[in-house]
Design a protein around this ligand. Structure first.
Ligand SMILES: [Zn+2]
Ligand SMILES: [Zn+2]
Length: 146
């Protein structure tokens, strides 16, 4: 799906859930859909502050929380580092560069079998899972080779 299509669908979801659309919300959503980089609230703020001089990082964060509540956005937390935000398209996994912290999406069938096994051997009711792959991205590897 293209950016305008994703944006249109997202706007429909917000309308259905009764979330008021503001120019700032629109810009944040658009930025999130466009950027494939899983930005932090601070990244989004820096990208949009020229356009919205009265906007604060807290405003960006609050809007991201609204999007998260209606299921449009996923918050990725990594220990004490600030959260990164991901526009929720189809279910996917992440591979993370340990040198530059870049997060890249990859698609793999859901690990349902692992969830079933975990539930079976522990008696837990499984809610969800989280899997991340870590390593060094091609750009960082290339830098090191020089
Ligand atoms: Zn890297
Ligand atoms: Zn992602």
């Amino acid at each position: 799906m293209s950016v305008p299509q994703h944006l249109k669908e997202a706007l429909e979801v917000l309308k259905e859930t009764g979330v008021r659309m503001t120019p700032q919300r629109h810009a944040i959503l658009e930025y999130l859909i466009q950027s494939m980089s899983h930005p932090t609230a601070d990244d989004i703020y820096k990208a949009l502050e020229g356009k919205f001089p009265n906007m604060s990082v807290a405003t960006v964060y609050n809007n991201l929380r609204v999007f998260k509540e209606v299921g449009l956005v996923k918050e990725l937390t990594y220990g004490d580092a600030s959260s990164r935000f991901d526009f929720k398209t189809s279910e996917h996994y992440h591979i993370i560069c340990e040198k530059c912290n870049k997060i890249v999406d990859f698609y793999y069938p859901g690990l349902d079998e692992v969830e079933h096994l975990a539930s079976h051997v522990t008696g837990f009711k499984v809610a969800h899972h989280r899997m991340e792959i870590y390593g060094e991205c091609p750009e960082c590897s290339a830098k090191e080779a020089h």
